[in-house]
Design a protein around this ligand. Structure first.
Ligand code: GEM
Ligand code: ZN
Length: 383
């Protein structure tokens, strides 16, 4: 008989165990990021509860960073760490309660489908096998991990345009938003598919610069929103530093060397059960040209992907009110280019719900593959 136990000493593991003696009354706290107050991400393994009715109480859910994120949210679970499903979950405004009768003596639970550092390294390795990909190490994070940029284009293709447009995608500034890296995995799979006509044309028209994980240290440490120094990277773009936010400093430096004609910054949203974008309408430099590009991008994505919508999203910024420390705002303003934040849900897409899995890694992958079409729709008119 395996003893009842909870472990979390693994990639992105995070939980505070208060009591795990009675499977029907397991008491937990969601712990904060290693150097900040943000608490929302959890990932742990429960041993020894096979065929027993398990009740887990997250006692501090009401004090987490985004308490509304627990309304209509369901905890994800997995036996094999490959296939994840949602379990029965309730939130009364203070305590979140999740219940399951596990099939086996080892079951994992997480806020969203995890994306490990090993999978990140494998993603880079498989992309590197393509003749169209150049892997660039930009430098080191504070924990000494590589900041990796993928440069992707078909140098041999007949130039369909006089000058190839520079299309940037950055993902997972907020490490707990693992759907962002699933999105990039799906985008890369299609972009490097030699039989995909959209990919063929895009690789002749554009040079893609992709950062699959902007925050590898925070990801491994099981942080929701910050890097190892406690920096929210999406508030560092106006004045990054190598000793607090080297991740942003290095990517911003590469952008300034190369240039940017389109930037997509991929995130997840705790509260809204939808996929949506947030643009640069609050930038001082926002113009009719940029607005037209935003409308063309949205119209194309709406026409080709039922998982995308424009009815729900963040409140638009008033003219001139944009916070210049955010990636989308800083890049859009400084390169006078189309720049979007892409948001996916931690919960589900309320327009197209999935009872078993909710929003998932696979649906994020498919959304990533779908974004090639709006990129194609604007590729010829980015400048
Ligand atoms: C968000 S981006 C917030 C953008 N807000 C408006 N009004 N444009 C952040 O960094 O807070 C991205 C995210 O965390 O998902
Ligand atoms: Zn985010």
């Amino acid at each position: 008989m395996t003893q009842l136990h909870i472990s979390s000493s693994f990639d992105s593991g995070a939980i505070e165990v208060l009591s795990v003696t009675d499977p029907g009354d397991i008491r937990l706290n969601i712990r904060a990021d290693n150097a900040s107050e943000f608490a929302q991400w959890f990932h742990f393994c429960l041993h020894g509860a096979a065929r027993l009715p398990v009740t887990m109480r997250f006692l501090n859910a009401g004090q987490c960073a985004y308490p509304k994120g627990w309304v209509d949210y369901r905890v994800v679970a997995s036996y094999d760490r490959q296939h994840w499903f949602r379990i029965s979950t309730d939130f009364d405004g203070q305590i979140m309660v999740a219940t399951l009768t596990p099939e086996t003596d080892c079951v994992y639970f997480a806020y969203f489908e995890p994306y490990s550092h090993e999978r990140h390294l494998d993603l880079i390795g498989s992309a590197a096998a393509s003749e169209h990909v150049q892997v660039r190490r930009l430098g080191a994070t504070l924990d000494g991990r590589d900041m990796t940029l993928l440069r992707i284009t078909d140098e041999q293709a007949v130039a369909l345009v006089p000058q190839r447009r520079k299309v940037w995608l950055i993902a997972r500034q907020h490490p707990g938003e693992t759907m962002a890296q699933w999105f990039i995995e799906g985008l890369l799979e299609r972009l490097l598919d030699v039989d995909d006509p959209v990919a063929k044309v895009l690789l002749a028209k554009c040079v893609f610069y992709v950062v699959p994980n902007m925050n590898p240290d925070g990801a491994v440490r099981g942080n929701l929103r910050t890097n190892v120094a406690g920096a929210n990277l999406n508030r560092e773009w106006q004045a990054p530093s190598m000793d607090r936010s080297p991740e942003v400093f290095l990517v911003r430096q590469a952008m300034q060397e190369v240039g940017v004609d389109l930037n997509l910054d991929v995130h997840g949203d705790e509260g809204l059960p939808y996929n949506f974008v947030a643009g640069t309408e609050g930038n001082p430099g926002y113009s009719a040209r940029i607005e037209a590009l935003e409308n063309a991008f949205k119209a194309s994505w709406l026409a080709t992907c039922p998982d995308f919508q424009v009815q729900h999203g963040y409140q638009r910024d008033a003219p001139g009110s944009a916070n210049p420390t955010l990636a989308t705002h800083w890049v859009g303003q400084n390169f006078d280019c189309l720049a979007y934040t892409i948001e996916m849900p931690f919960k589900d897409n309320a327009d197209l719900p999935d009872a078993l899995c909710g929003w998932s890694g696979e649906r994020s992958r498919k959304l990533g593959a779908s974004v090639l079409l709006p990129i194609l729709a604007v590729a010829d008119v980015l400048r």
